[in-house]
Design a protein around this ligand. Sequence first.
Ligand code: CIR
Length: 240
Amino acid sequence: MVNGLTTANLGTPDFELAQRQHEQYIDALINCGLEVTICKPDNDYPDSTFVEDIAILTPKCAIITNPGAQTRKGETEEIKNVLTGFFNNIEHIQNPGTVDGGDVMMAGSHFYIGLSERTNDIGAKQLIKILGRFGFTGSTVRLEKFLHLKSGVAYLEDNNMVITGEFTDNGAFRKYNLFKVDDKEGYAANCLWINDFVLVAKGFPTTKELIEDAGYKTIELDVSEFRKIDGGLSCLSLRF
Ligand code: CIR
């Protein structure tokens, strides 16, 4: 992971510390009532800990993405093996379409798809078509600065959404109760709802308070080493 793609300028991750943070992340998922399957390390792919980008899981099917970054394309092989044990329907995004799962946010039966440097129009169209076959809908949101859609917006169920930066005034999200995170704490907008808990990155007190004031129980987790390679809480797992 120390060779992961990054734009963060925060230095090289401390691998041992990253491992401890990863263990705490797994413990938090278990404490939220989830059963966790841990994938084996894939040493050929430094970004492969960010499994969220490689598949999109819905109640009816799994969709293996075609990641936008060249160095991540091969991650799909291993995730497919893992998901075959859980899903009967496995679909694929295909060239020239590209999609990173970090650009896909499920809100009920609707999926918001960020058009980014990683997710292109063709990929988004393929995804919407697949989703449609399983009774879901999808729409696109164009990104300007963020790496992924979910770097700046998180759905907390019950019509509640945490939002920051360029997404704050985007009409696409107007119908939700928006909890606006100041740019200073923008990283913390990538939080994660699980069974009435919300996992929040450590070190962002205003965001934590905002989420708690909305009635959620929070679990603070230090993900400093993953942040150094542009990753966050949602990226480290696939939930279904
Ligand atoms: C990448 O650039 O692909 C990784 N270093 C970070 C991916 C983070 N994933 C996410 O936001 N869903």
